[in-house]
Design a protein around this ligand. Structure first.
Ligand code: NAP
Ligand code: MG
Length: 395
């Protein structure tokens, strides 16, 4: 390696697995150069969360990071770890610095059939992570008139009647910004080019003629002006349609699509898509900034229950696949940016070895009920034994 990768360590069971992956699957094969940041909760607390900000800035500097799952503290965690403060979600902090969009993609295995069996290729959900109902104000209304009032800084006032209430009801005011939608669009177009997959985007612009329509227009403008030629060259396409139409098309599709969603749609549909593919433990996640900076991680959390069992000395069979794919995603991207073919080939090899291990019947407990292949007997392995089985398959 020439340029270091930004390595963000994390918490609980995934922290244990992080170290095992490094020791068993990375260090014996790669002359690893990494700039290490400990985002484990004790060190975040010690540094007043400065380490999280530093790690995000390092990601801006180097362009590629890999992140272990981390605890987002709540009241119970403040007590458990005796924290100075209820620190913010590290993912939120990093996203705010990188201004990125999160893409979630499943790892597909021959032998695990999605609940929609025609989905033979991955569907990646890109969720806009700013605004709409997540930054809305809402209230209850009684008899009276509700108005939408906008006071422009130049002194102009715009007033629109929302509804004349004859009786009790409810009200909501939400917003988004052109800048945030533009960044979302650029992250999606960049990611589609990176993956060489078509991009679909949908809203309800026929009903929401200004709000949702603005999303449609911004995507269109940016596509026409900055990405159309690149997409044509890459042999992919961009399609805009209505949200209800896209749901019907997705179900009938074979996958192989990047599906850009408004904030609420992404919240709801990413859980549906993840479930259809079988397991949260097989879902990867990458944060892509509008300028093309990448941060790879697993979509799941720190698997607390397994960690407490591990601390008691009990055997754990926690699935490391999504975390392995965070490593391979990051190393492959680093290789691509540095023109380091060997590193890219190693990432491919490690992914193939991981899938081969499962397809031969060796897997963690969560996959046992999902995996069915003729002539293969499923065997449940502890996490470490599973990682060692993968190492044996690295040709
Ligand atoms: P979780 O860690 O994803 O685990 C929820 C349950 O899903 C587990 O108890 C386990 O089910 C199953 N599971 C998840 N990943 C698995 C894996 N790799 N292998 C096998 N089973 C797996 O979610 P959580 O319990 O809600 O959250 C725990 C902590 O993680 C919280 O402190 C939260 O803040 C944090 N978190 C971090 C991130 C992140 O950093 N990106 C994301 C989400 C949550 P069984 O117990 O039934 O085996
Ligand atoms: Mg959700």
């Amino acid at each position: 390696m020439t340029t270091p990768i930004v390595e963000m360590d994390g918490d609980e069971m995934t922290r244990i697995i992080w170290k095992w992956i490094k020791d068993i699957l990375i260090l014996p094969y790669v002359d690893l150069k990494s700039e290490y940041y400990d985002l484990g909760l004790p060190y975040r607390d010690e540094t007043n969360d400065q380490v999280t900000i530093d790690s995000a800035n390092a990601t801006l500097k180097y362009g590629v990071a890999i992140k272990c799952a981390t605890i987002t503290p709540n009241a119970q965690r403040v007590e458990e770890y005796n924290l100075k403060e209820m620190w913010k979600s590290p993912n939120g902090t990093i996203r705010a610095v990188l201004d990125g969009t999160v893409f979630r993609a499943p790892v597909l295995v021959d032998g695990i059939t999605p609940y929609i069996p025609t989905w033979t290729k991955p569907i990646t959900i890109a969720r806009h992570a700013y605004g709409d109902i997540y930054k809305a104000v809402d209230t209850r209304a009684g008899k009276g008139k509700a108005e939408l009032v906008f006071n422009n800084i130049d002194g102009k006032e715009e007033r629109i009647e929302v509804f004349e209430f004859k009786d009790n009801g409810i009200l909501c005011g939400m917003h988004n910004t052109d800048k945030s939608i533009e960044n979302f669009a650029k992250s999606c177009f960049n990611y589609a080019l990176d993956q060489k997959m078509p991009l679909w985007f949908a809203t309800k612009d026929t009903i929401s003629k200004r709000y949702d329509h603005r999303f449609k227009d911004i995507f269109n403008e940016i596509y026409e002006n900055e990405y159309k030629e690149k997409f044509e060259k890459a042999g992919i396409y961009y399609m805009y349609t209505l949200i209800d139409d896209v749901v019907a098309r997705i179900v009938r599709s074979e996958g192989g699509i990047i599906w850009a969603c408004k904030n609420y749609d992404g919240d709801v549909l990413s859980d549906m898509v993840a479930t259809v593919y079988g397991s949260l433990a097989m879902m990867t996640s990458v944060l892509v900034s509008p300028t093309g900076v990448f941060e790879y991680e697993a979509a799941h959390g720190t698997v607390t229950k397994h960690y407490y069992n591990y601390l008691k000395g009990e055997s754990t069979s926690t699935n490391p696949v999504a975390t392995i794919f965070a490593w391979t995603g990051g190393l492959r991207k680093r290789g691509e940016l540095d023109g380091n073919k060997e590193l890219m080939e190693f990432a491919d090899k490690l992914e193939k070895a991981t899938l081969k291990t499962i397809e031969e019947g060796n897997m963690t407990g969560d996959l046992i009920p999902l995996f069915k292949k003729e002539g293969v007997v499923n065997k449940k392995l502890e996490t470490k034994a599973f990682l060692e089985a993968i190492a044996k398959n690295i040709a």
